[in-house]
Ligand binder design. Structure first.
Ligand SMILES: [Zn+2]
Length: 84
């Protein structure tokens, strides 16, 4: 998956996406993927923590709005960037 020119490799949290933000290791990167248009955007962890610390990831996903098409149909993915 390509996010702003970098290769992102999805790696779901241990036990799946039904988990809360605060138990995910700090080295993990977050990307929002729009289900409607496929646009992907990196989301900085501190921004998620400001508004959604302690919340379930599916709950956070429902609140994300796509920057490209404006739809509220995104999934918050966890993973890391491949070193080229
Ligand atoms: Zn979109």
């Amino acid at each position: 998956m390509d996010v702003e020119g970098r290769r992102f490799i999805e790696h779901p949290p241990l036990g799946g996406y039904k988990t809360t933000l605060n138990v995910i290791p700090r080295i993990v990167d977050f990307v929002a993927k729009c289900n409607a248009c496929g646009h992907m955007k990196e989301i900085e962890r501190h921004k998620l923590e400001e508004v959604a610390s302690g919340q379930w990831l599916p709950e956070i996903s429902r609140r994300l709005r796509c920057y490209a098409c404006g739809k509220k149909d995104s999934k918050l993915l966890t993973g890391y960037y491949a070193s080229e």
